[in-house]
Design a protein around this ligand. Structure first.
Ligand code: FMN
Length: 317
């Protein structure tokens, strides 16, 4: 147990949120994370409404604990996903990739808590104005889609925590007890993990993806899409080299998006880690095993309590 404004708001035991990952996080990992005391999250991004309803119902069958659905607002599927979460009475929605202004009130009226993923202070202000319940400040160490200015977690989180009085969850580059302590020290009241969760037993991502993650070293990720304005942090492989080459030679956004977005399915579902898009964060260099979610959470808690004692010693005297 660990109590913060985030655990109280969401009704969870540990302030550990599982980041939504398109094509990957369905009911299996969401219910495992919620059963282990964190917040499991279904990624609605690539799901048709029927599929999303199925995932929500399976999650409900598998856990009594709260869970969330993540909806990237700017995707064409978002309106239908919002209708589904309202009709299915999902307790928590995490909004990403877009402006929360239009949908927050509707979700609140349906009794749904709203969290917003943000990359900048401008987005923090906008989220506050929209009336969201908490924000997830995600730095550019993260895997997947990044903010255009690529602020690191280290500088983003303290500025957001100082700027707005809402509870802040830190995301991007966090995967162990040291990361938890650092996030709390920066002013966050919870952490969200994506890459670390990919390497858990309950995660249904293709085993070849997990193997690539375990092999990844400190410098093995790169960012594609800087020239076209849709940045993704991915593992360096044949596809990322091809995309970076296309960007250099001036290829258009649509052409590049087509192979990036379809590429995540290819890697995560089919296990093609060479020509698929193997999205993962810089923390991959620190990950070398595949524990269960409950083991991971216990480990993070015990590492964090050991680490905080060591750090506190510097101030005893
Ligand atoms: C493969 C992959 C897919 C992702 N898909 C989504 C998504 O659909 N929606 C979203 O809000 N974030 C998405 N993210 C971001 C994660 O939810 C999370 O915020 C991020 O992974 C945290 O940083 P970390 O990777 O350093 O832990 C994705 C990340 C990865 C690695």
């Amino acid at each position: 147990m660990m109590e913060t404004r985030i655990t109280r708001l969401l009704g969870i035991q540990y302030p550990f949120l599982q980041g939504a990952m398109a094509w990957i996080t369905g009911w299996e990992i969401a219910s495992a994370v919620s059963n282990a005391g964190g917040l499991g999250t279904i990624a609605a991004a690539t799901m048709e409404p029927e599929r999303l309803i199925h995932e929500i119902r399976r999650t409900r069958d598998s856990t009594q604990a709260p869970f969330a659905v993540n909806i990237p607002i700017r995707l064409p599927t978002s309106q239908q996903a919002i209708d589904v979460v309202i009709s299915e009475k999902v307790p928590i929605v995490v909004l990403a990739a877009g402006d929360p202004m239009k949908v927050t009130e509707r979700l609140h009226r349906a009794g749904i808590l709203v969290l917003q993923v943000i990359f900048s202070l401008e987005m923090a202000d906008r989220s506050k104005e929209a009336g969201v319940d908490a924000v997830i400040a995600m730095g550019a160490e993260a895997g997947g889609n990044l903010g255009p200015d690529e602020l690191a977690t280290m500088v983003l989180v303290p500025q957001v925590a100082r700027r707005i009085d809402l509870p802040v969850v830190a995301a991007g580059g966090i995967g162990d007890g040291r990361g938890l302590i650092a996030a709390l020290a920066l002013g966050a009241e919870g952490i969200q993990m994506g890459t670390r969760i990919l390497a858990t037993r309950e995660c249904t991502v293709h085993p070849a993806y997990q193997e690539a993650l375990l092999r990844a070293k400190d410098v093995d990720t790169t960012v594609t899409g800087r020239r076209t304005g849709l940045e993704f942090r991915v593992l360096k492989n044949d596809l990322s080299r091809k995309i970076l080459g296309m960007e250099k030679s001036g290829a258009g956004r649509e052409e590049i998006d087509a192979i990036s977005i379809g590429g995540l399915r290819k890697a995560a579902v089919e296990g093609d880690t060479s020509t698929g898009s193997v999205m993962m964060g810089q923390v991959s260099g620190m990950i070398s095993d595949i524990p269960s979610v409950a083991e991971l959470f216990n480990r993070i808690m015990s590492e964090a309590s050991a680490r905080i004692r060591e750090v506190a010693r510097y101030f005893d005297s």
